[in-house]
Design a protein around this ligand. Sequence first.
Ligand SMILES: [Zn+2]
Ligand SMILES: [Zn+2]
Length: 255
Amino acid sequence: MKFVIAFLVLWLLFGILEWQFPLRKEQKHFRQGWLTDVAHFFFNHILINAGTYLIAAFLYVFFKGVISPSLQQAVRSQPALLQFIEAFFIAQLAFYIVHRLAHTVPWLWRFHAIHHSSVELDWLASARLHPVEAIAINIAVGVPLFLLGFTRETFGIYLVFGAILPILNHSNTRFQFPMLNLIIATPDFHHWHHSNDREARDKNFSGFPIIDLIFGTYYVPKDQIPKSYGVDEMMPQTYWRQLLYPFQSTRLNKR
Ligand SMILES: [Zn+2]
Ligand SMILES: [Zn+2]
């Protein structure tokens, strides 16, 4: 029920924002793949939570031995803001590595291509993520934070932030946040990541654009918007076919 309320609140809030401040005015509210993404929004939540807990419990047995209580104590005794900044940087670096690998390793791309299959972006397109990929991201980001011993509060704030940011940066809005656009991935930054324009491919991986600047993958041309979104390969349109897609196709071609 909580999730139904969250959906309705986000639908209303972003419905108003995307209607009043659209990046692409011509885009319909019930755009191509809208229902598929509603299915991703609801089903993935259950699959991702269950999968993440299961794998995390399994990994805990393996990693228990490498936990350093003195390091964890040192991390926990820092001021809350400093902990959050550190957790944010570590999480974003882990996310950058996993995300870039998903674009580079062909069998990982099979999963990630689902996320890139949207040809129109809005807040709901953020939900289109293969659950296996979402679980892998949660584990890659969560394990270092857990091992380093960040407090529950730091973890919690990061989880909320990590849930809101993608919803904002996929939205069909023209918000640019000039002061913030190197600190967080704003819609213009992440829309270029989804662009199928040749010069924009494999750019803007992070939720913290400075990491892309450091690794030379930052791409935000001034006063332009992407010509098109999506991938070159034929992608299935329904939720269940998208779930099966990485396991079915034998052609391992990227884009
Ligand atoms: Zn990507
Ligand atoms: Zn995205």
